[in-house]
Design a protein around this ligand. Structure first.
Ligand code: GLU
Length: 306
């Protein structure tokens, strides 16, 4: 495995076509596109890493997996009143479907859906309390207390909030948001601004590898059924309107973020994190996807067969 990761990282370092770094959040536009990291964590406690796997980056939408897990823990299946579970086939920040579907977002991984999930986590709590809970939950998942919010990224996104604020206002107009729009999106931006490196991110995904149990720490995070369902949502919706392409090329449940990270789960085998800041035209890491494709090709880990 270590040789394979070294080989992949070596190839990715040399790639000339690297995609475009997200620039609609100015703080992300400063990140060096030459970076590439990959980490594989296995349920028996091994961690393999190569390239810039210990360099922190903004996990952005990958945080939606952790927020969903927390929200399901609080609300159980009643969460599905507020957000659907169908692929959207639309860009991550699209407003079009919301109008047709009376303000109920298609799934928890498009921005509108993630905003609805934050609203559900907030029930009766102030943003500060929610953020403290979110951060300690992600620290617990990764088994690492060093994880932090990158406040500069959150502030940068807040300055350019208009698209996400529109989604939230639109849902509010349909009576679907329970809290003040500014409080909800402020919380959402901080959630997206969690900084992690590939090793930490791979470790945080371990509960999805082993039916809801992090076998390394010996803790059950969710039931086996819930872990399976979260994986299926990642497969169907984790890469926005590129989810079909990701399933076709990689064949693993995965969630991408505009910071260039991807968390992918090979059930019963490993949790994998890749990071390269350059994005394809849909907003998914170009080299991250390519690296996962190579890894799956070599390991036969696709859930669809060897
Ligand atoms: N915070 C980002 C946004 O709301 C997340 C998008 C992403 O990572 O796909 O625009």
């Amino acid at each position: 495995m270590q040789d394979l990761l070294n080989d992949i990282a070596g190839k990715m370092k040399l790639a000339t076509e690297r995609g475009e770094v997200a620039n609609y959040i100015p703080q992300l536009a400063h990140v060096d596109p030459q970076q590439f990291g990959i980490a594989v964590a296995t349920p028996d406690g091994q961690v393999f890493a190569a390239g810039d796997a210990r360099e922190p980056f903004s996990i952005q939408s990958i945080s939606k997996v952790f927020a969903l897990t927390l929200a399901l823990g609080k609300q159980g299946d009643s969460l599905w009143q507020y957000v659907g579970r169908e692929p959207s086939g639309d860009p991550f920040n699209s407003i079009v479907q919301l109008e047709h579907e009376s303000g109920k977002p298609r799934n928890p991984f498009i921005n509108a859906g993630a905003i609805a999930v934050v609203d559900a986590i907030m029930m009766g709590h102030e943003p500060k309390e929610v953020l403290a809970e979110l951060l300690s939950f992600v620290r617990f998942l990764a088994n690492d207390d060093r994880l932090y919010f990158d406040h500069e990224v959150a502030a940068s996104e807040l300055e350019h909030k208009h698209r996400n604020a529109s989604l939230a206002h639109f849902m509010k107009a349909f009576g679907r948001l329970h809290h003040d729009v500014d409080k909800v999106i402020g919380t959402y931006f901080h959630q997206c601004a969690v900084a992690m490196n590939c090793v930490q991110l791979a470790q945080a995904g371990l509960f999805l590898v082993s039916d809801g149990v992090n076998q390394v720490t010996g803790t059950r995070v969710v039931s086996a059924q819930r872990a399976r369902r979260i994986n299926s949502l990642m497969m169907m919706c984790g890469h926005y309107d590129g989810s079909g392409e990701f399933a076709f090329r990689v064949g693993l449940p995965g969630k991408s973020g505009v910071g260039g990270g991807i968390l992918a789960i090979a059930p019963a085998r490993a949790s994998i994190a890749v990071w390269s800041p350059g994005l394809d035209n849909i907003g998914n890491s170009l080299l991250g996807t390519r690296a996962l494709e190579m890894l799956v090709q070599e390991t036969g880990w696709s859930v669809f067969g060897h």
